[in-house]
Design a protein around this ligand. Structure first.
Ligand SMILES: *Cc1c(COP(=O)(O)O)cnc(C)c1O
Length: 415
């Protein structure tokens, strides 16, 4: 039977349930380019507001950088618009090989393979390099794309408690007889902004003959002294077997991703990675612009340094105002409110004050861990950060939460 009233009602019921339980996601309309200050219509159809953007992954401020835009124009003129092919048939230009080489050098690995997103990269890797006799041991808070990638693989699967190294050791002992073991983690975890303990993970991997996979989507380009990522920050350059990352965040922000690491593992993906074999090439125009991103990063560390300064300034400002923050080293700075309704109200009030920051609550984060997640960019000026701090002060005062400890916040608003 075709789509009928009965089916229509069923789907409307599901959608209405999402609405009544507060889980229905609404898009916010940005009416211009992505930047530190943007014009937003929210809800769509209401008058547009100019707001300081504290919720993009535009860490290095390259999303609308004139050099990147120019490089994209040049790429379009020189290399055309569409490749109309997967890589291995007739979708590989010298441009793609050049980007793979540049990423390999930047990350300090042996080889790199491009994908049209990091979601695809993570969907490809586990199935391609492991079979049913092997095991994947993942941190419990890894990104959804890793969860999906592991689902596609035939290998066995177990998890360890978030960043709990004693628990990871226990799991490695328990599974020591598997011929191939892969430890799987994010480099920076996106909700808390905390960094994986890669030095300890690598030591455990060496002890138990395991391989290590790190998704550095929230780190590539800015974490570590020269921005190479969490492997640089944690002093384990050259010791991570597989790094996946995205070009859709700090590295220009358009789209695309890659797997970079041991030469044989990358070659396995060229032979067996299904999104590589059956999905279109990363667009030439994005490849050309991403090459320009790496030219900028290789010239100087100015942008990641500015991001680091902004992060320190912002953390200090919010703490001095009396907000409860999650500790961490990344430009993801969660302002903890614990109560979901309070997080929503504060996000809304901040928007009215010209600051765009989103409230996160269950099920995106654990129950009772509601927060406003703020993210810094190298594109933020000190004046913009000061203005945003003033808005936080005003809204915090209105709700009477400035200076309250975690316990006091929970006592006042509940979980
Ligand atoms: C954003 C993100 C991805 C997805 O990247 P896309 O290139 O947008 O598909 C994968 N992993 C992590 C950890 C991410 O934060």
């Amino acid at each position: 039977m075709s789509y009928n009233q009965n089916l229509k009602d069923k789907y409307c019921d599901i959608l209405n349930n999402l609405k009544s339980s507060g889980l229905f996601k609404q898009e916010r309309l940005i009416t211009g380019p992505q930047d530190a200050v943007i014009n937003v219509e929210f809800p769509i159809g209401t008058p547009e507001m100019q707001v300081i953007n504290m919720c993009a992954n535009n860490y290095l401020g390259l999303s609308s950088h004139p050099d990147i835009i120019q490089a994209a124009h040049r790429g379009l003129d020189e290399w055309g618009y569409g490749m109309s092919s997967v890589r291995f048939i007739c979708g590989t230009q010298s441009l793609h090989k050049e980007l793979e080489k540049v990423v390999t050098e930047f990350l300090g690995t042996e080889d790199t393979i491009l994908f049209s997103s990091c979601f695809d990269a993570n969907g490809a890797i586990f199935e391609a390099i492991l079979d049913e006799h092997d095991i994947m041991i993942s941190d419990r808070l890894v990104h959804a794309s890793i969860v999906d990638g592991m689902r596609l693989a035939k290998a066995q699967h177990d998890t360890y408690k978030h960043s709990d190294m004693a628990h990871l050791r226990k799991k490695l002992e328990q599974h020591k007889d598997y011929p191939r073991k892969l430890i799987i983690t994010d480099g920076v975890f996106s909700m808390d902004g905390d960094v994986a303990k890669l030095d300890e993970i690598v030591a455990l991997a060496e002890e138990f003959d395991a391989m290590v996979f790190v998704d550095d989507s929230h780190a590539s380009g800015f974490m570590g002294k020269t921005g190479r990522g969490t492997h640089e920050l944690c002093n384990v350059m050259g010791k991570i077997d597989i790094i996946s990352t995205t070009f859709g965040k700090a590295l220009g922000g358009a789209s695309g991703g890659c797997i970079s690491g041991r030469a044989e593992l990358v070659e396995m993906l060229r032979q067996k990675g299904r999104p590589y074999l059956f999905s279109n090439t990363l667009a030439s125009v994005i490849t050309a612009a991403t090459l320009e991103v790496f030219r900028i990063l290789n010239k100087s560390t100015e942008r990641r340094d500015k991001l680091e300064q902004n992060t320190i300034y912002w953390r200090k400002g919010l703490s001095e105002l009396g907000f409860v923050l999650k500790e961490g080293d990344s430009p993801i700075v969660p302002v903890m409110l614990f109560n979901a309704k309070l997080a929503q109200e504060i996000s809304y009030d901040l928007y009215q004050e010209g600051v765009y920051a989103i409230g996160f609550f269950f099920p995106v984060v654990a129950q009772g861990q509601a927060r406003i997640r703020t993210q810094l960019s190298a594109a933020h000026s000190t004046a913009q950060l000061d203005k945003a701090l003033l808005a936080f002060k005003k809204v915090g005062k209105k709700h009477g939460i400035l200076g309250l400890s975690k316990e006091q916040l929970i006592e006042k608003y509940g979980l």
